[in-house]
Design a protein around this ligand. Sequence first.
Ligand code: MTE
Ligand code: HPA
Ligand code: MOS
Length: 756
Amino acid sequence: MLKTMKNIDSYTHVRGESLFVDDIILRQDALFGLCFDSPCAHGKIKSVDYSKAEALDGVEKIFTYKDVLGENQIGGIIPDEPLWAEDEVHFWGQPIAFIVAESEAIAKKARALITIDIEELPVITTAKEAKEKESFINAPRSFKLGDAASVFSDCDYVYEGETFSNGQEHLYLETQGCYAIPQENGTIKIISSTQGPTQVQKTAAKVLGIPMHKIEVDVIRLGGGFGGKEDQATPWAVMAAVAVQSLNRPVKYILNRHDDLRMTGKRHPYSSFYKIGLTKDLKIKAFEVEFLQNSGAAADLSPAIAERTLFHATNSYFIPNVSSTVFSCKTNLPPNTAFRGFGGPQGMFVIESAIADAADQIGVNRRHIQEANLLAENDEFSYGQIATQVEARNSWFTAKEKFDFDQMEEEVIAFNKANKRFKKGVSLMPIAFGISFTNTQMNHARALIHIYQDGSVGVSTGAVEMGQSVNTKMLQVAESVLGISASKIKLETTNTTRVANTSPSAASSTADLNGKAVEMACNALIDRLTKLASKTLSCEENTIAIHDDFVFVDGKKSSLSWEDLIIQAMAHRVALSENAHYATPKIHFDKTKERGHPFAYHVYGTAITTVTVDCLRGRYEIDAVKIVHDFGKSMNIGIDLGQVEGALAQGIGWMTMEEIAYGADGRLLSNALSTYKVPDVFSGPKTIETIPLETEGHELAIKKSKAVGEPPLMYGIGVYFAIQQAVKEFNPNYKLEFHSPFTPEKVLMGLYQKEG
Ligand code: MTE
Ligand code: HPA
Ligand code: MOS
């Protein structure tokens, strides 16, 4: 068993001493950057007049695509995104130039002096319109299991419908930012708030036209990323690096909140169309779905996100005949990007909507359909992976039993009978989320461990700490394998010169991938030290164990302490550093067949949500969310419960109140916290109760402690359907709509919707 511990950052966090990019003391010759971005969503740039801005005292230089010595290209999956716009702009907020000045205030003044002449072109803001106009990022993808089209005719019930789920702003507390510093011989060090240091390094090298070894990226920690800094931390860092390359002076660029909201992409809105076929006993026999992903103006991570939507299109249900297709639709919005769940939530919302629609029309409770179709051992996912160690039913029935669902439901029925103005709704929401980057080749990580000659230890990995507490988990792994106290171990910053070629910290896989590498490196060190101890103490290797800062022989504490052992190692010239590489075994996926075994394992769980709707005002309160979650054998339940609650809050926000609005002209209307509402202590659930499901865990999870970062977000989807049930309870004429977020305005309209 691992020892649990508090987040190792808690002490400095609460004292305000933790360092973020913005806290770095600047070199005295440092300059400040600021983007000049497009004031319209689509158009041809006819001319830009920088002369007044350039003439301003304190403006050092204004950079445009013309100043790029390498390639003006930052697209990761598809090279379709310039760092700075050239002749055309494709979204409101697209970077056109980069002002570098003596202070932020001067840069801001200069920005206001730039004038631009743009010939505006037609703007597409919705995925549906993009599809009509055949405006796509890439070719559509389809997954197929069985033969849905031909099975519908055998079904007793067949329903079709449409859903929409809106985007979501990441709202990381720390906005995007970086600080780039010239080193010697054209080398540049970039301190970046990124989930993907290697992505920053690689892209900077490409744009600057220099080898990757001339770019060092260092990440201390992030004030939240949530996917928003997987790809979209890169442009700012690269802009600063371009400026450093030219000026040979440090450049800092931290986006202010307005600029960040306007210029960065968000969770993808989806418009989707489903057809669901069931038999009399409520078995789902066939499911057809078409997803229109609003990708924005460039690919960014959209193709990977679209893929994950397909992977999760059937959530935790077994459906024998599935046909799913996703279109990445090119629009004139900022390129949308990764957001906790990575397209999975959008997929799951559609199957849950289809089930709600079917239940409503058949006249049964939604949960009967859910329960009749839960995934079982050896069922096949629509992409060919066979489900094993399935906890779908286990978590569902455990939740019903532990939280006394029958009693809860009776109370809701009684309440609704007794009350006219207030109505309650209750929903169950099962989840199944695949763990691994869907792109198999990204599932690897490395760790570099140094034992210093005083016995203290430094651990470097590719993991980026963004509040999810991955550093604490890495420390726990090192502590348990090395058998020394936590105070001897330090987690280093994430740095591309210590750990290279990393995948971003994402896909909930950071702890698994990097933790396994830490485990391997520590094991290799312990092997060497055990050999040394056996020589020093003249006993067999297999009698030796190292724990509690001492060497034990046959279970008895020897005179040899950890520190003494390390002194011996130095004396005998034993290597005290180790580098390990881990690559997830067993996973594979064939994109030409759209089949394989892409996930190391799945995470399961079930949430029961109760809400109360004020049927006069359309307002609602979330009474409780009660969850049974599959942590495997959690290595740190405090941290993991925090992840569940944080993800749930984000899921609820996405489903209920966070309403991104763009005008028809492509301008972001919800461009401040006064117009974009996120959950707070008042709007969150009054009770959140999470019970760990008792399971064996999974061997591919670090210490059998399953990945936890993203899966619980999807419990938030349950809130939508609980509210919907309450609305229906009040207004039997309400025709179910699947259009999230379910804002109080929409609730009110549903409550008073007339027939027809
Ligand atoms: N938790 C906090 N506090 N801050 C974050 O930015 N990101 C989430 C999740 N939990 C995030 C978070 C996302 S999107 C992912 S993919 C995972 O953490 C990444 O970390 P992990 O792989 O270590 O779980
Ligand atoms: N999840 C999160 N981020 C990613 C993935 C994924 O599956 N693939 C590429 N980036
Ligand atoms: Mo998380 S969306 O994979 O960064």
